[in-house]
Design a protein around this ligand. Structure first.
Ligand code: GAR
Length: 189
């Protein structure tokens, strides 16, 4: 069974959805949740589902091999970024080629890059009067949101949609598609 580690910085609804999905399919197991934010909601969500959840600091992540060694010791097959806001360091990317994926709440290459997360993305989409938006699941490379696209799904934006309405549509797409896209990747790992 493939072993998944999820990185998340906030609420953790995607992490929870993925944990529950793999608990029922048994095609993989989420062995660990890691966060840069010791107050992140994802910590409680993981613990409630009996998944080990730990926070780390920038030194362990960027300056030493602590997080990398932790991933190796864990026999990690796939790393999933689910609302993770720090840039991934090159030494971890190189250790896991094509085995780190991210979900982004827009149709990349539009509305990506540093600072483009959550509400900031939806505000920018609204400001530009886009008619549609969506989600992108992509490989992680050294630059934010630039890796090869694995999957996209879109939704319409109505004239009276605000950022909250868009966030709800994005959330629905993420809940529906993310676990299935990961499922399809598993045999290739
Ligand atoms: C998700 O919408 C995800 O696409 C987004 O953060 C949210 C996390 O929600 N990611 C980014 O904006 C990355 N640039 P969650 O914590 O409830 O899963």
């Amino acid at each position: 069974m493939k072993r998944i580690v999820i990185f998340a910085s906030g609420n953790g609804s995607n992490a929870e959805n993925l944990i529950k999905h793999f608990n029922s399919t048994k095609t993989a197991i989420v062995t660990q949740v890691l966060t840069n934010n010791p107050n992140a909601g994802v910590l409680n969500r993981a613990k409630n589902l009996n998944v080990s959840a730990l926070s780390f600091n920038t030194i362990a992540f960027n300056k030493t091999n602590d997080v990398l060694n932790f991933l190796k010791t864990n026999n990690t097959d796939l790393i999933i970024l689910a609302g993770f806001l720090w840039k991934f360091p090159i030494h971890i990317i190189e250790a896991y080629p094509n085995k780190i994926i991210n979900i982004h709440p827009a149709l990349l290459p539009k509305y990506g890059g540093k600072g483009m997360y959550g509400k900031h993305v939806h505000d920018a989409v609204l400001k530009n009067k886009e008619k549609e938006t969506g989600i992108t699941i992509h490989h992680v490379t050294k630059n934010y949101d630039e890796g090869e696209i694995i999957f996209q799904a879109s939704c319409k934006i109505n004239a009276n949609d605000d950022a909250k309405a868009i966030a709800a549509k994005i959330h629905k797409l993420e809940m529906t598609h993310f676990p299935k896209v990961v499922d399809a990747l598993l045999p290739k790992l």
